[in-house]
Write a protein that binds this ligand. Sequence first.
Ligand SMILES: C=CC1=C(C)c2cc3[nH]c(cc4nc(cc5[nH]c(cc1n2)c(C)c5CCC(=O)O)C(CCC(=O)O)=C4C)c(C)c3C=C
Ligand SMILES: [Fe+2]
Length: 445
Amino acid sequence: MTDDQHPTRCPFILTDDTALDRRRFLRGAGMTGLGLGLSGLCPGQALARLPHEQAPHRQEMTSAPLEQSEQLAYPFYGRHQQGVVTPRQATGMVVSFDILAMDRDALETLLRTLTARIAFLTRGGSYPEHDPRFPPPDSGTLGPHIAPDGLTMTVAVGTSLFDERFGLASQRPTHLQRMQKFPNDALDAPRCHGDLAIQICANTIDTVYHALRDIIKNTPGGLLVRWKQTGTVPLLPPSPGDLNGSARNFLGFRDGSANPAAEDQPLMNALVWIDGQRDEPPWTHGGSYMAVRIIRNLVERWDRTPLGEQEAIFGRRKMSGAPLSGGQEQDVPDYAADPEGHVTPLDAHIRLANPRTPATEKHRILRRPFNYANGVETNGQLDMGLLFICFQADLAAGFIAVQQRLDGEPLEEYIKPVGGGYFFVLPGVTDDSDFLGRSLLAATA
Ligand SMILES: C=CC1=C(C)c2cc3[nH]c(cc4nc(cc5[nH]c(cc1n2)c(C)c5CCC(=O)O)C(CCC(=O)O)=C4C)c(C)c3C=C
Ligand SMILES: [Fe+2]
C-alpha cells in the first residue's frame, strides 16, 4: 500500500457535510459496541483514542470494514490504481463489459471518459441545476451531493481487448489469457470474460450502483454490460470485540487470515505490482493482474457437515481461525513438524493453497473477496458464495498455479465455480493530464 492510499493518513475530505459524515462513522463504530465522543477526526485518529487501545483496529485488507464515513475518499491519482491494496469496503462489485467502440479514437475517448467520471465519483461533488428540457445529468439516486463514501473503481482489461480491433496485439501483457475451465468448474458462458472490467467498491451498495449507472450513462456506444456480480463483507467482527480478525465468508470461516499484508509496500511491489524486473511490456508498469471467480457455495450441504470435517477441509478452526497446529488466527501453521498430515491434512485448503516452502513463496497472491447472495436456484437451494478476487504480478505463478494445486481438494464437494475472468489492472493515472490506458495507446501509436 502506498502512503497516500493508507487510511491512517486520513484520506478524508472534510466538507460541510461533516455532520452527516460523523453520523455514519459513529454508526459504524456503534456496531462494535463502542461509544465515541469525537468530532472532525479521521477514522485512524479517532480509533487511536478509543477504550480498546490495547487492541486497536488495524483496518487490514480482510478485517470487518469499520470505517464507513460518507466522506472517506481514497486518492484517485497515483502510480497504482485504487482498490487493490485499499482496505476492503463493505460492498463490492465486479462488472464486466464488452467494448462497443469501433476504433482507436473511440477507444481513447472511452478511456478518457472513464478516467474523468471515476476521478469525479471517487472525490465526490455536486451536480449543477438541471435543465428540465434535458435528461438530468445524474441518476439522482444519491441526491444532489455525491459523497465519496469510500468508493474505489479499479479498471482492468481482458485479453480480448488485444484482438485485431484496436491494433494493441503486440502489447498484450505477457500472462494475460482467457480463463480456462478447471476440473471442478461449471462455467456459465454469459458470466465469463469481457473486454474491460471494473471493480467498484464502497461503504454502501447505493454508491456502487450509482457509480455503475454513471459509467453506463456516460459511455453510450462505448460499453455494454456483459455480466456483474455484487458482494458484501460482514460489518460485524468475526467474534465479539475481535476488531483485528478477518471477516467471515458464507461457510462461516474467517477468510483472509494468511493474506500478505497489503500495507507492506515492498511486499506488494514483490507480489502484486508490475515493474521493470518482470518480462512485461514497459507500459504495464504500475499495473497488476486481477483474477475474478464467482464461486457458488453449496451451503445446505455444508451446514449438515460435521464441524471436525469442515475444519479439516480448511485446515483451520472455525470460530478462532487458528491453524489446526494451534495458536491464534495469525499464527503460522507448522507443516514441517507434520509431514504426514496428522494435524493439518495434506489436502487441507490452506496447505494446498500455500505449502509454505521457499519454492512456493512466489505463488502468493493478494485476495480481496466478497460474499455474494443472488437468490434461489430452481431446486430451492440458495444461490450464494464467494466473489473471489485476487491480485498478483504474475497470473501464471499466482492464481493459476494456486488453483492447479487446489484442483481435486475436498472443499470441491461444497463449491462450484460458475463465472469470472482474467483481467489486467491498468497502471494508475498520475495527474489530471493523464488517463487510464494512456501508456498502452502510446506504446502502439
Ligand atoms: C486459487 C486461489 C483460491 C481460491 C479459488 C480459493 C477459494 C476459496 N477459499 C475459501 C476460503 C478460505 N481460503 C483460505 C485461505 C486461502 N485460500 C487461498 C486461495 C484460494 N482460495 C489462499 C492462497 C489461502 C491462504 C493460504 C495460506 O497462506 O495459508 C481460508 C483460510 C483463512 C485465510 O488464510 O484466508 C479460507 C477460510 C473459500 C470458501 C473459497 C471458495 C469458495
Ligand atoms: Fe481460499
